[in-house]
Ligand binder design. Structure first.
Ligand SMILES: Nc1nc2c(c(=O)[nH]1)N[C@H]1C(S)=C(S)[C@@H](COP(=O)(O)OP(=O)(O)OC[C@H]3O[C@@H](n4cnc5c(=O)[nH]c(N)nc54)[C@H](O)[C@@H]3O)O[C@H]1N2
Ligand SMILES: Nc1nc2c(c(=O)[nH]1)N[C@H]1C(S)=C(S)[C@@H](COP(=O)(O)OP(=O)(O)OC[C@H]3O[C@@H](n4cnc5c(=O)[nH]c(N)nc54)[C@H](O)[C@@H]3O)O[C@H]1N2
Ligand code: SF4
Ligand SMILES: [Mo]
Length: 748
């Protein structure tokens, strides 16, 4: 199949070599360095895995000979060190002969079948970028340039700094297009900050909603869950599928897709009716209780059972168990936020914590005790490094392209939503695109985003590989150094910090940080952009925290606590540790946990997280499509060809379907199937896995396949969640039919 072209690589050879000793012979173009390395000194290096873009990342210890990584293993001193299949196969990515190693520019006009790529120097690349950006800024204004990072989180802080100095608040990320930032948004609307996490070591009950950490989180997640279960913790899982996590549950609430809001309101009603609300906590620290009591009235057990498919007594039992506590909660990653009412559904669930007083106390979900300047690393590390206050000014918010489209998001978040990019290009509000790890296949109906890029004045992106879907109509494509080859960023893992000890980049690949800092230095002076040096940029933060990159590098493989990060502490809201003004309370406008969100209300939405029923299956489109469940050995659209070992595990798009739904369609395990949707004229090809993992009346697919296996085309560019601006990947109803096993569609 197309995705594995060029590879004669077996899993066996990978496992035998566990690295690139054998890569020297297999990957000749990229590993010239390996041949040169023969007889050179062997040394130990340290890096962080980025194969699933997850946080916290897993640590990798590697052995290098000369400049060639020859073996990788778990970095035992690192808090996350059990590498999974995706992490273990990253050497195939490092020494993949298709890697992009030199800056390239197009020589044919946009829209040509052949862009006519030719190699250029970095000098020419940086000069071209600076000329175009300056021209567009002078003629149309700085906000007409979009700065964008895909899901790769590591490039983000310096790119955001570059956007700030350039003067464009249209800094967007994959996490402001989709992903799980919407659950943080939901928590911030009520609690002022991110809260759900755990399981806390003292939790007696844990409720996990729409999250399959067994497959989508680093190994520590499942190990932690098993350990907590072994000490007697009770587990409630809310998931439409019978996942590995759900199989551990004491209560599995297997609801219909998109009905989490109804379930949450049903549980809230139980708490209210049965006197299980912690009134002391609610009266002192929350607002909007009366409205909440009134609204939950409609969610009777009978209604909730009908709407969600969850037996009423099971829902009631779960509410009672959660109220016993101490209870912590983990809220949905990407699944529920990718629905039209996703954000409010997550918010409704999150209120169970406040109603039962399970907030920031031992055994309950905790709010992280971060120093005030520190922000999530995927949003820039520190407020000062990216000058976050600038992004928060009304003047910047006003010119962001998400202002009218997603006003609540625009108000709350500093990352702008890029989802209306096609419309914004047509309106002349975006004329250039500066991308790091950009992938246009993340969007519903991706062709419209490809057309938008084609229409731009200027566009470039930095990547590990040339991806025709995304890069075809760009002006430049720049080679990014991989995780084994870069210093930045350092890692923050709780209170521990890690530096890296990398090899030198292959070819002329540059670290993402170096690329953005070099552009910044060329445009705004060397000082503001640390001479283009990633380590100096890291030190600008680390020095303020009383440490340095060099100090952290010298202690490798150890990772010591950085005292600048305070230890975890309960009930911070009582001590004035959460609010920027130092007063007791929460970081919301009212200082209280807001059942009725003042921000939502300010923008004309109901303040309560109201329930809106999802689109329901009907006779013609009888199956709900969950377009995006994670598989343990695939990341998005990228790992398949990059790490061919993983392609061996699942070489084509496989869709899970419940045995009852398969039977009525005459579909058996392994059969070829077609998927159709009301929003797409063609058919999407897949293979059936008949399994009780899938609930009845739904199918689930891993998106990100290309060609006629691409499920993204089935999704319309409408039905966006108005509170987050996120796409409705999981809201669509489809039909599935068995396909004839012709030669064309049999070939994987
Ligand atoms: N239907 C559907 N669509 C979805 C989702 C879904 O569940 N269903 N999920 C959404 C979510 S949650 C996500 S996170 C996105 C996926 O988000 P994407 O942005 O697609 O993330 P990736 O596939 O990891 O990487 C994108 C590109 O970055 C390159 N890359 C990887 N690492 C680096 C790096 O360090 N530097 C540089 N310069 N380039 C790098 C890769 O080669 C790839 O080309 O998809 C979203 N879209
Ligand atoms: N192996 C692997 N790991 C990854 C990634 C990857 O591509 N591969 N991607 C990373 C990224 S970017 C992200 S965002 C995270 C995502 O991490 P998760 O959100 O944990 O991803 P999923 O495995 O899709 O889990 C979502 C669960 O929600 C369930 N679900 C679907 N619809 C509903 C619903 O309406 N209600 C409820 N309650 N449940 C529902 C699904 O059945 C599924 O089990 O994973 C990260 N980790
Ligand atoms: S879970 Fe796997 S892919 Fe993700 S960081 Fe860890 S080793 Fe890498
Ligand atoms: Mo994501």
């Amino acid at each position: 199949m197309e995705q594995r072209k060029g590879f004669a690589f077996s899993r066996r050879s990978l496992l035998q070599g566990s690295g690139a000793v054998m890569a020297a012979s297999l990957f000749s173009p990229a590993t010239k360095a390996a041949g040169e390395a023969a007889g050179e000194k062997t040394w130990t290096g340290y890096s962080i895995c980025d194969s699933c873009n997850h946080m916290p990342w897993c640590g990798i210890e590697f052995e290098a000979r000369g400049n060639t990584v020859i073996r990788i293993r778990n970095w035992k001193e690192h808090p996350n060190h059990f590498l999974c299949s995706k992490g273990l196969s990253t050497l195939q990515r490092l020494y993949n002969p298709n890697r992009l190693l030199y800056p390239m520019k197009r020589t044919n006009p946009k829209g040509s079948a052949d862009p006519g790529w030719v190699r250029i120097s970095w000098d020419e690349a940086i000069k071209t970028i600076c000329e175009h950006l300056t021209r567009i800024k002078e003629k149309y204004g700085p906000d007409k340039v979009m700065f964008y990072c895909g899901d790769p989180k590591e490039p983000r802080p310096p790119v955001m700094r570059l956007a700030r100095w350039f003067g464009s608040p249209n800094y967007c990320c994959e996490s402001s297009a989709a992903c799980n930032l919407a659950y943080v948004h939901a928590e911030e609307l009520s609690y002022g900050q991110e809260i759900a996490g755990g399981p806390s070591p003292k939790a007696k009950v844990l409720m996990i909603v729409g999250k399959n950490g067994a497959w989508a989180s680093p190994h520590g997640f499942f190990k932690g869950l098993l350990a907590a279960k072994a000490r007697g913790m009770k587990l409630i899982v809310v998931d439409v599928r019978r996942t590995k996590v759900a199989e551990l549950a004491d209560i599995h609430l297997q609801l219909k897709p998109g009905t989490d809001g109804a379930l949450a309101w049903g549980m809230i009603r139980v708490l209210v009716k049965e006197g299980l609300v912690d009134r002391k906590f609610v009266d002192e620290w929350c607002t909007g209780y009366e409205e909440l009591v009134k609204y939950c009235e409609a969610f009777t057990p009978e209604f909730v059972e009908k709407e969600t498919g969850v037996p009423a007594e099971q829902m009631i039992e779960a509410a009672r168990l959660f109220a016993q506590g101490p209870s912590s909660m983990q809220l949905p990653g990407q699944s529920v936020p990718h629905q039209g009412n996703g954000c409010n559904n997550v918010r409704a669930m999150s209120l169970l914590m406040a109603l039962t007083g399970n907030v920031d106390k031992p055994g309950a979900s905790m709010i992280a005790n971060w120093p005030k300047d520190y922000i999530r690393w995927d949003e820039g590390y520190t407020r000062s490094f990216i000058d976050q206050p600038w992004f928060e000014e009304e003047a910047q918010k006003k010119i962001r392209i998400d202002r009218e489209f997603a006003p609540v998001w625009n108000d709350m978040q500093v990352l702008c939503s890029p989802n209306l990019l096609p419309e914004m290009v047509d309106a002349g509000r975006i004329r250039a695109f500066c991308g790091w790890g950009a992938n246009l296949l993340i969007w519903p109906s991706p062709d419209e985003y490809k057309a938008a890029v084609r229409k731009m004045d200027f566009a470039f992106s930095c990547d590990y590989f040339y991806r025709d879907d995304t890069h075809h109509d760009m002006d430049l494509v720049l080679p990014a150094a991989m995780n084994y080859e870069r210093y930045a960023p350092f890692g923050v893992h709780g209170r521990k910090l890690s530096a890296r000890r990398p090899v030198k980049p292959l070819g002329e690949a540059w670290e993402d940080w170096k690329i953005s800092l070099t552009i910044g230095a060329a445009l705004f002076g060397r000082e503001a952009f640390f001479d283009g040096d990633p380590v100096k940029a890291c030190n600008s933060m680390l020095n303020a925290w009383g440490t340095s990159y060099e100090e952290r590098a010298a202690m490798l493989p150890k990772m010591e606590v950085c005292e600048w990060f305070p230890p975890q502490e309960p009930e911070k809201y009582k001590k004035g540790l959460l609010r920027f003004d130092g007063k007791p309370g929460f970081r919301t406008p009212s200082g209280k946990i807001e059942f009725v969100s003042s921000v939502q209300a300010r923008h004309g939405f109901p303040g309560l997280p109201v329930y809106v029923a999802p689109p329901k299956p009907d006779e013609k489109w009888p199956l709900k499509l969950i377009n995006g469940t994670r598989r343990p050995y695939i990341t998005h659209s990228k790992t398949r060809g990059d790490q061919p070992y993983l392609l061996e595990l699942e070489p084509e798009s496989t869709v899970n379907i419940h045995p009852a739904d398969a039977e009525v369609r005459g579909i058996k395990e392994g059969d070829r199937i077609w998927i159709t949707s009301p929003y797409y004229k063609g058919k999407v090809r897949a293979r059936a896995r008949v399994t009780i993992l899938a609930g009845r009346g739904m199918i689930d697919a891993q998106y990100g396949w290309r060609g006629d296996q691409e499920t993204q085309v089935l999704i319309p560019r409408k039905g966006w969640d108005p509170i987050s601006g996120y796409p409705c990947f999981n809201d669509i109803c489809v039909q599935v039919e068995k396909a004839e096993e012709t030669e064309k569609n049999a070939k994987a």
